[in-house]
Design a protein around this ligand. Sequence first.
Ligand SMILES: *[C@@H]1O[C@H](CO)[C@@H](O)[C@H](O)[C@H]1NC(C)=O
Ligand SMILES: *[C@@H]1O[C@H](CO)[C@@H](O)[C@H](O)[C@H]1NC(C)=O
Ligand SMILES: *[C@@H]1O[C@H](CO)[C@@H](O)[C@H](O)[C@H]1NC(C)=O
Length: 517
Amino acid sequence: MRPPTPLPFLPLLLLLLLLPSPPAAAAGGADGWEAIGAAAAAGGGRRRVASPEGQEAAAAGFYHRSQEMNTVDGDPRWCCTYLLDPSDALFIDVGQAFIRQQMKEYGDITNIYNCDTFNENTPPTNEPAYISSLGSAIYEAMSRGNKDAVWLMQGWLFYSDAAFWKEPQMKALLHSVPTGKMIVLDLFADVKPIWQMSSQFYGVPYIWCMLHNFGGNIEMYGILDSIASGPIDARTSHNSTMVGVGMCMEGIEHNPVVYELMSEMAFRSQKVEVEDWLKIYSYRRYGQSNVEVEKAWGILYHTIYNCTDGIADHNKDYIVEFPDISPNSFSSDVSKRKAISEVKKHRRFVLSEVSASLPHPHLWYSTKEAIKALELFLNAGNDLSKTSDDNFLLGPWLEDAKSLARTENERKQYEWNARTQVTMWYDNTKTEQSKLHDYANKFWSGLLKSYYLPRASKYFSRLTKGLQENQSFQLEEWRKDWIAYSNEWQSGKELYAVKATGDALAISSSLFKKYFS
Ligand SMILES: *[C@@H]1O[C@H](CO)[C@@H](O)[C@H](O)[C@H]1NC(C)=O
Ligand SMILES: *[C@@H]1O[C@H](CO)[C@@H](O)[C@H](O)[C@H]1NC(C)=O
Ligand SMILES: *[C@@H]1O[C@H](CO)[C@@H](O)[C@H](O)[C@H]1NC(C)=O
């Protein structure tokens, strides 16, 4: 069974506010990138080795390959990153040369260097002295390349690998650099702030970040209260070392209310009264005040925009992330869920998780409601193609990717990449799908009808057939079937609309009439 919470990748975009602007640093002369590679490959004893085999052997002591968790069969073509060993004396030479070369290539544009050696990658030992020596080697390399270097590090590791990063390990890493020369991003502070449980990162400056979104999934989600007060609490707390606010979402162009509020927080010194703020927001958004609209925002504020269930904004809806399990394995979970839905019978859904082993959506509907929804989905037909907004189309995503290509081969490759990224990712076998399948799922017109719908139809045909023939579900056969189908879709070339043509009001009214009245 899949891990309950897949881990996020490096955030795509980071906005840093309130930081002092970096002073100019002297440009350094640099060796070429090839020289850096050669130095790295020459390995620990500063030997120059001529043959590639020799280089490989000499380098063996100088790096190790990280263990990657998100791989099916560990194919080294796309997994298991090489890590230079920071305890080797040559590490500093290589790091310095790297930074000098970067300056040569891009100019003297920054003093801030991002480095995440241990992001989703556990150090070989939890010995604080060792961790501290690694940290100082990294900083040493940076500061030799640029004397004003500041190390910017994501604090995600302290959350995702909390079992490893206890107080002694955290202190060892955070204090391995002179005070003020490291800034930590409290990456997921909107949901799991680390500053509180680490005495303000043990005195190290940090930036309060909202992560909010994983994989660029599209679902209504947010915790407005936490954004409206979190950065202020952090800033005004005792011994605060908070120096800024940031956003590090894995995708944007969804939930604009969340991003609007968060952007304002950089300029506010007091908590925001969300109820009042939403009235102003809705006025700005729609160009006039309207009592009914304000009421609607009130409802959203207390429900979907108060998602305090602790589940990340990672869409586990069964339409876009199919449960890769046999229905026979559901039974105990289903009974738990049933108990909850019995308790809250009068409500359409509950905003809480009830099972540890299944993918977690934010809203649990009763089994009856879920079955009805799946049925509607399978029968929705052309309703799935109705669109009124270009931001919800597959077409532009694919066309943008293709337009970057300079050759026919690149065009093919980029389209495949774009299709693979929003569906199964890669690294699958015939019967085992990628561990990251559906990580970047999207409720997009185009994808719904051409990918999600056939997948769901295949699944339910198999289920129905099994029930009719009194056969247990053939999980392996199903996997073979749909993995092959995914691979085929990923290599497809069919075109999708790049412009939405429908009218939002007309579509919503017709859907409302059809499904709710
Ligand atoms: C603030 O720092 C002082 C001095 O290090 C310490 O004694 C005190 O406990 C800290 N206060 C809080 C609330 O952490
Ligand atoms: C959000 O949920 C929390 C916990 O369930 C609750 O304490 C709080 O009052 C809610 N806030 C809003 C705005 O509904
Ligand atoms: C279905 O199969 C099960 C076990 O394989 C058996 O106990 C049951 O009697 C069968 N039901 C029917 C209607 O054939």
